[in-house]
Ligand binder design. Structure first.
Ligand SMILES: Nc1nc2c(c(=O)[nH]1)N[C@H]1C(S)=C(S)[C@@H](COP(=O)(O)O)O[C@H]1N2
Ligand SMILES: [Mo]
Length: 222
């Protein structure tokens, strides 16, 4: 039994088992590929106007005063950012669409926060660093290639539509990685680890695709 399983065994809800079933069955796969330029919805997605909440059954309530973001692993300058030091970094606004693997997409989300690119300047990854692992306060993890993390639209967001991120959407700080399915966008972010080797995160360990490009319909590992 992995550490992950013993930690989260108690919250293995029907919901999680069902999503794992979906991954096994290939639910929602359309078999379409590619990106017609005129098309804004990736294959198999439908647009929603609300913003659904998805989690593992836990919604940690983090206090910005005690929240910390640890950035470590293969970097020249590891950091532990408090809310104060995070807020003192350059702030940027971003506009992007959300594509969740459960087939909803939400267009035109306005985010504000610190760009992943700025974070890379701050910590200076070593040449051996090729991957990042994101860790969240609810025990969730997800992995990204370093170049995907460093894309110019990736943000450590504290605000959505001009308001602070609510606790259920991952406040005080979540990641937003627009080019990949939303499971890569870790809520309640508390640690970013830079690694030489790739390793799967929570859903990547449970049948989801390792990369998750919605335009290639990389929903599941199959
Ligand atoms: N910490 C954490 N981050 C997470 C998750 C989670 O369960 N825990 N779920 C992921 C999944 S599957 C999705 S679709 C989005 C949902 O984000 P939302 O609730 O803000 O829509 O968060 C992603 N990030
Ligand atoms: Mo998701």
């Amino acid at each position: 039994m992995s550490k992950d399983d013993s930690l989260w065994g108690s919250i293995r809800t029907k919901l999680i088992d069902r999503k794992q079933e979906w991954a096994k069955e290939g639910r929602l796969l359309t078999g379409q590929r590619g990106t017609p330029l005129s098309q804004r919805l990736p294959p198999g997605q439908h647009e929603v106007k609300n913003w659904p909440v998805l989690d593992l059954g836990l919604k940690p309530r983090l206090n910005a005063d005690t929240w910390q973001l640890q950035i470590d692993g293969l970097v020249n300058a590891p950091q532990t950012l408090t809310w104060e030091s995070f807020a003192a970094q350059p702030q940027q606004k971003f506009l992007s669409d959300i594509h969740c693997v459960t087939a909803w997409s939400r267009f035109d989300n306005h985010w504000e926060g610190v760009s992943a690119r700025h974070l890379l300047d701050l910590v200076q990854p070593l040449p051996q660093a090729r991957h990042v692992m994101l860790y969240s306060a609810d025990g969730y993890t997800t992995n990204l290639r370093l170049d995907h993390f460093g894309a110019k639209d990736v943000v450590l967001a504290h605000s959505w539509e001009g308001e602070p991120l609510t606790p259920e959407h991952g406040g005080p700080v979540r990641l937003v990685v627009p080019k990949y399915y939303f499971w890569k966008s870790a809520k309640w972010l508390t640690r970013i680890e830079f690694c030489a080797d790739d390793k799967p995160g929570y859903w990547e360990n449970r049948g989801y695709h390792n990369e998750g490009d919605p335009w290639e319909e990389e929903r599941y590992d199959r």
